[in-house]
Write a protein that binds this ligand. Structure first.
Ligand code: GLP
Length: 240
């Protein structure tokens, strides 16, 4: 794992964006794995800027996302689809239909199987952008006795509901379930870029960098098995 300690959120976003930009210049038909959450918003802004300035284009690129809340309409402002449109897709030059997100109307595992098929057709991603949960979750793979290799419907940890309630009117409004790409598919990317900023992420970052054991109660730890991971972390998350 290559660790890049950045001054602050903006510096982290810019440095990570530079890596993505150079990959897009090299391979315009890039396949991107994208993430939601506050961590990648700055990176998306730098990609939008590079697109606006003509440095890159997403015309030949495709993207696929990690996760989505269960039972949430894509027009709902809390859906990850809405988030991606607002923060990224509406501002760049992707061709219509090339941005894929999972969807699940209810807890039926058939939605997970459907997404596995879509992932298989999509093929290996060149880059996967990732955030990290305060509890070490990746996408919505929560700490548990077992982790899933492939897509599943997951019950969100209380701590995740708490952390994500900042985006909702109240904690009660946060969906209790999500559909999430599994660990094997997340890692099926040539390069992984993990973003972590702010004091709240310090414990997770410390464990990721210092604890050499692997445990399903810390899903992010499995990133160390991947040969090409870049961790962009700001001073606050790095030093606490
Ligand atoms: C959310 C998402 C994750 C995200 C993480 C961190 O629950 N499912 O994909 O990486 O939590 O979010 P944030 O970047 O807002 O801290």
């Amino acid at each position: 794992m290559k660790v890049i300690v950045c001054k602050d959120y903006d510096d982290m976003s810019k440095k990570a964006a530079d890596l993505v930009i150079s990959n897009i210049i090299e391979k315009p038909q890039i396949k991107l794995g994208l993430a939601t959450g506050s961590s990648p918003v700055g990176l998306y802004q730098y990609l939008i800027k590079a697109n606006d300035e003509g440095e890159i284009s997403f015309k030949y690129a495709k993207s696929i996302n990690l996760d989505e809340y269960v039972g949430i309409d894509s027009e709902n402002e809390h859906s990850y689809k809405y988030f991606m449109k607002k923060n990224f897709f509406d501002h760049v030059s992707f061709n219509e239909g090339t941005n894929i997100l999972p969807k699940a109307k209810d807890n039926d595992e058939k939605y997970a199987k459907d997404y596995d098929k879509i992932l298989d057709e999509f093929g290996q991603r060149d880059i996967q952008i990732l955030g990290i949960g305060e509890n070490g979750h990746v996408a919505f793979n929560e700490p548990a006795d077992k982790l899933n290799r492939r897509t599943s419907i997951v019950k969100l940890a209380d701590s995740t509901i708490e952390a994500n309630s900042r985006f909702f009117a109240s904690k009660e409004d946060v969906p209790k379930y999500a559909i999430s790409m599994g660990m094997a598919d997340i890692f099926n990317a040539k390069t992984i870029i993990l973003l972590a900023n702010g004091k709240k992420k310090h414990q997770a970052v410390k464990r990721l960098l210092e604890d050499e054991s692997l445990s399903t109660d810390f899903p992010a730890g499995f990133l160390s098995l991947h040969p090409n991971v870049y961790i962009y972390v700001d001073e606050e998350a790095y030093r606490g």
